[in-house]
Every structure is written in structure tokens, then in C-alpha cells.
Design a protein. Structure first.
Length: 422
């Protein structure tokens, strides 16, 4: 199971890495295509705007319109702005036609000298190093005028590329879904593996738990078959009581196994009836101490609830009390003393089962209510058990509309408080 699971984890990890790598490569290629597409559109816009501007300047030069001259473009900032301001409007039209938006700064260079630039805070070298440039030929610049453009444009925000945004988002979303699915898959497999191990441990514990009462009953039966025992009334009673006790213990173990099955299938049903919690608890404790006389002086009661009536399932209510009492003596340590009390707060019945035993560390307070969980010491469990008692109690109380809380610390005992609505 572990080998198969590890192989599955490795294959899942490889699949995830491959999926991420594929998505990354696809995204990079898509981005590269988008960038190249945008650069082509920017170059196309610059070329078209430059050619239109050159034609306009050439026409003006030949006709003498506006008295444009090389001197005006080189020696007067205002006249230079008027001259090259025409290019700004032409370029904006071309950019708009190609659905390009962003910040565009440009410079015109003639004979290695900057004639005009939109932002004088930007160094001439920054313009000359731009990937966008175009050579203009017009009458007033016989050696040719070079245009350099610095473009700060959102690749994915460009109108031409917006339709590809959806594919990128869809790809990213698909990647997230794949990661989540693989994560959930691995977590589920781990949970199944953990549950499988827990069930194997429970089965082993069941075998050990059943061995003791079965062996005791067999021994008692063998003793009762002997003539010297049959004639001894005291010994007959002692062995009969042992058989009765171990039989009760077997029934309790059988009930726990049944509870596991019912909880697994969520088939536990409640037969509600009105009952007096004080009377049910007192009757159970009296019967319990009658069978286990050795602990009778270590169980005390304070049944002070003035309104002890609740509407719930009597059998499951008794099982709750039984589990808490059994747990206290099983896990509380030697000579542990147990006290059970009842009371009322508002419209609720409170039942507390406390002991002066070894206590439970705070780090285990939530875990002890998990199915099959038992506190371990090193690699060994402190006591035998199935690890379903408190899980059963919490589940049943939830169905009853009640709840259970735990107060405990190492060396200071344990206190369980049950709250049931009346």
C-alpha cells in the first residue's frame, strides 16, 4: 500500500510539474507572440505616420506654405513645436486606428543632432537606443530625418491583443484547477491510507480486547465444572459473578463495534422519550459499582439538577455516561477517583464527569474527539481501546442537540461537561 501510494504521489508530482511547465511555455510563447504583434503594429503606425508627415512637410516646403524653413525648425522652440506638433496628431491617429494605447515619446534627429523631442528630460541616448526608428526624406531635410520612438504600451491591454487575454486567464484558471485537483486527490489518498491504518489497529485492538474476557469466562467455566468448586457456594458465586462481569464487558465491546458500523454508515437513529437524567445516571452508577466492587468507593455523585428531565434516546444517553466512566478508569491511572454531577443553566441540563487522574495535554483536546484517535506515548498506545468512545459521544450529542467540552491538563485530572437542551 505504501509503495503504491508513493508511486502515485511521484506520478502526480511529475504530472503537476509537466502541467506547470507546459502552461509556462505556452504562456511565454503567447506573450512573445503578443509582444511581436504589438511591435509590428507600432512600427506600422510609426512608418505610416512618418510617411504622411514627410509628405506634408515636403508639400509645404515646395509651396512655401506657412513659410516653413530649416532655420525655423532648428532655431525657434515655438516654431519647432508648431512644425513637429503636426507629427504628434498624425501619430495619435495611426495609433488609435491600430487600437494602441500608452505613452509615446519621440525625437527627431538630423545630421546626428536632435532637432526636436517630446520630453527633454529623457537623454538623447535613450531615444537613439529605442527599437522603434524610421528614416524620413523630405525637402527641408535633404540628408534625411531620423525618428526615434520610446513606447510604453501595455501589451495585454492593447485592443488588438485583448481577445487573447481570455485565453491567458482561462489557461491560468485551468492551471489552478489542476493544482487544486491534484492537491485534493493526494489529501484524499492520504486520508484513506490513514483510515486504513487506523482500522487495522482497531481490528488488532479488538482481538486483544476480546481475548481477556473470553479467557476469563473459559477459566471460570472450567473451575465451575470441578467437583470441589461445585460444593463451595462462595467460589461458585465468585466465578458466576466473574462470568457475568466479563459477559457484560463482551456486550459492551460488541456494542462499540456496532457503533463503529452505524457511525460509518450514518445509520444511527434516536428513539426520543422523556427521561429523568438523575435517575438514569444513579441507576447506572449503582449497577456499575455493584459489579466492580473494587472501585465502588472511588465513584461519587452530586445529582443536583432541579430540573433533570430531557427528551432524548435513553439507550444512547446511558452509553454516553458509560463511555465517560469507563474512560476515566481506563485512562485516569491507578487509584483514580471519579465524580459525576448534574445541574441546570438556563434551559440546559449540565452533566460533568471529572476525575483526579493523569490529565490530558491541551494539544490533544481536539484530537481525542476524532474517530479512532488514541493518545500515544512514543510509538505505543497508553491503553487498549478502539478510539471511538469520545467520537461516538460527540456525534450522538450533536444529533441530540447537545455538545461536550473538555477541561484538562497533565497531572490535574480531566473534566468533561455535557450540555443538553431541555
Amino acid at each position: 500500500m505504501n509503495i503504491k501510494f508513493n508511486i502515485l504521489i511521484v506520478l502526480s508530482a511529475i504530472a503537476l510539474v509537466f502541467a506547470i511547465a507546459s502552461q509556462y511555455v505556452w504562456t511565454q510563447k503567447t506573450y512573445s507572440i503578443l509582444k511581436s504583434n504589438q511591435e509590428n503594429l507600432i512600427n506600422l503606425s510609426i512608418t505610416k505616420a512618418s510617411d504622411d508627415f514627410a509628405k506634408l512637410i515636403t508639400d509645404k516646403y515646395h509651396t512655401g506654405s506657412d513659410s516653413l524653413s530649416l532655420f525655423e525648425c532648428k532655431n525657434s522652440k515655438e516654431e519647432t513645436r508648431a512644425c513637429f506638433g503636426l507629427f504628434d496628431s498624425i501619430l495619435n491617429v495611426e495609433l488609435s486606428n491600430n487600437n494602441l494605447s500608452g505613452e509615446f515619446n519621440y525625437a527627431f534627429v538630423y545630421n546626428d543632432s536632435t532637432v526636436y523631442k517630446t520630453d527633454y528630460d529623457i537623454a538623447d541616448s535613450a531615444y537613439s537606443n529605442s527599437i522603434y526608428s524610421h528614416k524620413l526624406h523630405c525637402g527641408i531635410f535633404p540628408r534625411g530625418l531620423t525618428l526615434y520612438v520610446i513606447a510604453e504600451c501595455d501589451i495585454l491591454g492593447s485592443g488588438t491583443n485583448k481577445h487573447l487575454n481570455g485565453w491567458l486567464i482561462l489557461g491560468a484558471f485551468a492551471m489552478v484547477i489542476i493544482i487544486v485537483i491534484i492537491f485534493l486527490f493526494i489529501r484524499t489518498i492520504r486520508k484513506i491510507q490513514k483510515t486504513s491504518k487506523e482500522r487495522i489497529k482497531v481490528i488488532n485492538n479488538m482481538a486483544h480486547e476480546f481475548k481477556t474476557p473470553i479467557a476469563s469466562i473459559r477459566l471460570a467455566a472450567e473451575m465451575l465444572s470441578k467437583d470441589e468448586v461445585v460444593d463451595d457456594t462462595e467460589r461458585v458465586k465468585r466465578y458466576s459473578d466473574l462470568i457475568t462481569f466479563e459477559n457484560t464487558r463482551l456486550k459492551f465491546l460488541g456494542d462499540q463495534i456496532l457503533q463503529i458500523a452505524l457511525l460509518e454508515e450514518e445509520q444511527i437513529s434516536l428513539n426520543h422519550s422523556s427521561l429523568n437524567a438523575n435517575e438514569v445516571i444513579e441507576t447506572y452508577i449503582n449497577n456499575y459499582t455493584e459489579v466492580r466492587k473494587e472501585i465502588s468507593d472511588r465513584v461519587t455523585m452530586s445529582l443536583d439538577a432541579h430540573h433533570p428531565f430531557i427528551h432524548t434516546d435513553k439507550g444512547h444517553f446511558e452509553n454516553i455516561i458509560k463511555n465517560l466512566i469507563e474512560n476515566a478508569f481506563k485512562y485516569g491511572g491507578e487509584d483514580v477517583k471519579v465524580h459525576i454531577a448534574t445541574g441546570n443553566i438556563g434551559q440546559n441540563l449540565l452533566i460533568t464527569v471529572s476525575d483526579n487522574g493523569v490529565g490530558i495535554a491541551k494539544s490533544y483536546h481536539k484530537k481525542v474527539f476524532e474517530r479512532f484517535y488514541r493518545i500515544t506515548q512514543g510509538n505505543q498506545y497508553n491503553n487498549k481501546g478502539f478510539g471511538i468512545g469520545l467520537y461516538y459521544i460527540k456525534s450522538i450529542l450533536s444529533k441530540m442537540g447537545g455538545k461536550i467540552s473538555l477541561e484538562s491538563s497533565p497531572g490535574k485530572g480531566t473534566k468533561f461537561t455535557i450540555t443538553i437542551k431541555q
